[in-house]
Design a protein around this ligand. Structure first.
Ligand SMILES: Nc1ncnc2c1ncn2[C@@H]1O[C@H](COP(=O)(O)OP(=O)(O)OP(=O)(O)O)[C@@H](O)[C@H]1O
Length: 377
């Protein structure tokens, strides 16, 4: 399908991603029979029917516990991971179709690869230890801008180092990764992504490996670069404090993920300031400091979550994906999966919970657990 005028920069529509594990061991028996051993019979649904959009100069912050699908959503959005179902569009073009060679003459997969970049968590392993900063940063320029000569490349790198506070730039250009601090390494990784003038950068836990004191510096740098270049960000963090800071400063949205689903999405004030979904409330409760002055008792109260470990993504529960752990779950939650719909509270947030609909049969059905626990917020 061709693009239309009002297309967002990136859009995911009903996107699912399944990983089918390969059998661990194969044993050949007589008569060409192959016996397979090990795990890997059930596919893992890492993304389950996700719909979300990203505009120009936008910021989408993904939060949720490990394994909830944040990286898979980010990687699928920038074309690094193929979707199993649904469609992912960049600038109106279906990325998988472009990858297959459709729309040739209008757009090529290489254009999309340049426009949608990624920065990883660990800059130490993302940078080649045998290359100087100049050599590392020259690579993407050589690849995407072959017409630039040596002096042009050098000047672009020098200016970008200066802009990001890595000075004296001339001196830093000759350094190797081990001669840089963790924060400087991450800045170089960010510059490498920025140099090719992308429309979107996936920032996958980019501040998690840094000292707490450096995290705000690096987030502030990313926000300054967004102001300068108009880049859109998908910022992944399992840390609610970082997520809150980044989304707030970037005036972006926060999406909370659970078992491959977005369960709540909206502004920072809505989602983190005053969460609606029981899972978001628990996530916030669990991240409050153990300080009575700041909100949570020093001695932890009884956890409101009914099941500490999330369900097996290869065998997800029926109905609402959160119902087994939810302190507010009722029989209705076992049978039907809630859609992500506008909340019943005059905000722009979307929430996937029957409790948002005062007429839903949820309210007349029996609690699943012995008692409904309160979420102490
Ligand atoms: N390449 C893969 N092959 C098989 N399963 C995968 C693969 N990548 C991710 N998964 C599974 O998909 C689910 C979602 O993983 P994903 O990495 O997207 O979550 P996440 O929220 O980013 O977690 P983390 O913070 O630990 O990276 C998990 O159950 C994970 O084990």
């Amino acid at each position: 399908m061709s693009k239309t005028v009002d297309d967002p920069l990136l859009s995911l529509e009903d996107v699912s991603v399944e990983f089918k594990d390969e059998p661990l061991i194969e044993q050949a028996l007589p008569d060409n029979i192959v016996e397979r051993f090990g795990l890997g019979e059930s596919p893992v649904k890492a993304l389950d029917d996700v719909t979300v959009e990203l505009a120009e100069e936008d910021a989408l912050v993904l939060v949720g516990e490990s394994g909830s699908g944040k990286s898979t959503l980010g990687r699928t959005a920038i074309g690094l991971q193929e979707s199993t179902e649904g469609s992912v569009k960049y600038d109106g073009y279906d990325i998988d179709a472009v990858r297959e060679g459709e729309h040739a003459g209008e757009v090529y997969f290489e254009d999309i690869r340049r426009a949608l970049q990624i920065v990883h968590q660990d800059p130490g392993s993302a940078l080649n230890p045998y290359r100087t900063v100049k050599s590392t940063l020259s690579q993407p320029l050589k690849l995407w801008y072959p017409d630039l000569d040596l002096n042009d490349r050098r000047e672009r790198i020098r200016r970008m180092l200066q802009t990001t506070g890595i000075t004296p730039a001339e001196e830093y250009m000759e350094r190797y990764p081990h001669e840089l601090s963790g924060g400087e390494q991450q800045r170089v990784a960010i510059i490498r992504a920025m140099l090719v003038e992308p429309d979107v950068i996936l920032l996958d836990e980019v501040v998690s490996a840094l000292d707490v004191s450096l995290r705000v510096d690096v987030m502030d740098l990313l926000l300054e670069l967004q102001d300068m270049f108009g880049t859109s960000y998908i910022f992944i963090s399992h840390n609610l404090t970082n997520a809150r800071y980044f989304a707030d400063k970037a005036d972006g949205r926060v999406a909370v993920m659970y078992l491959g689903n977005i369960v709540e999405i909206g502004s920072v004030e809505e989602v983190i300031g005053d969460p609606s979904h029981p899972y978001t409330k628990i996530l916030k409760w669990a991240s409050l400091p153990l300080d009575p002055m700041e909100g949570r008792e020093t001695i932890p109260e009884e956890s409101p979550i009914m099941m500490e470990d999330p369900p097996d993504p290869a065998d997800p529960p029926s109905g609402c994906p959160f119902h087994e752990a939810c302190p507010k779950a009722r029989e209705a939650c076992r049978n039907e999966e809630p859609e992500l719909l506008s909340a019943d509270d005059d905000t722009d947030r979307l929430v996937s919970c029957f409790r948002e609909d005062e007429h839903h049969e949820y309210w007349n059905s029996e609690p699943i657990h012995d008692e409904e626990r309160d979420i102490p917020l």
